[in-house]
Design a protein around this ligand. Structure first.
Ligand SMILES: [Mg+2]
Ligand SMILES: [Zn+2]
Length: 180
């Protein structure tokens, strides 16, 4: 079934991920992955709500400036709108690991999004991420899980998680006609 909401991780899905332990701290470090803005617009076209959910503990570590993060997210919104799409919400965990209830795989960001928008139904949602923490969060909210691998090819894991190359492939997968 086609989801009514997609929860989309940011780094490694929408934009190029920084090396482990580093963060996107400036607009110049925010680089869209090929086709990602268009894929987000593809969800919008089909009436699927897009919510970005992202862990940014660089803020708590003092290495990511909160005002810059807001600018980066304005840029993200603007570029997706330029591609014809719309991001409904961007929910950020800016806390240190182990200090909150919203850092994925915890589900606080998802609950925040739903409390702001009661139309969101976790059971009709999909989570698209490039980390096991995204997949774990998907399981916890009872949503479909899609792992972006960055590698060509697609697979289905025993737990039902779909593996796809990128966000465009996730769009195709989630919006293909149901097989009867
Ligand atoms: Mg990620
Ligand atoms: Zn948090």
């Amino acid at each position: 079934m086609r989801p009514t909401t997609v929860f989309v991780d940011r780094d490694g899905v929408v934009n190029r991920k920084q090396p482990e332990g580093q963060y996107v701290n400036s607009l110049s470090e925010f680089e869209f992955l090929p086709g990602s803005a268009e894929a987000l617009a593809g969800f919008t076209d089909l009436g699927i709500k897009v919510v970005v959910v992202t862990n940014q503990q660089g803020v708590a570590k003092g290495v990511t400036d909160e005002k810059m993060l807001a600018q980066i997210h304005s840029h993200l919104n603007a570029e997706v709108e330029a591609a014809g799409g719309r991001i409904s919400q961007i929910r950020v965990c800016n806390h240190l690991a182990g200090s909150c209830a919203c850092r994925k795989p915890d589900i606080g960001l998802f609950e925040q999004a739903r409390s702001l928008d009661p139309e969101i139904d976790f059971r009709e949602s999909a989570v698209i991420g490039d980390s096991e923490t995204d997949i774990e969060a998907a399981h916890r909210i009872g949503a479909r899980a899609v792992l972006v691998t960055g590698q060509a090819g697609a697979a289905v894991r025993p737990d039902g998680t779909n593996e796809v190359a990128d966000l465009s492939a996730a769009l195709n997968l989630l919006t293909e006609p149901d097989v009867v």
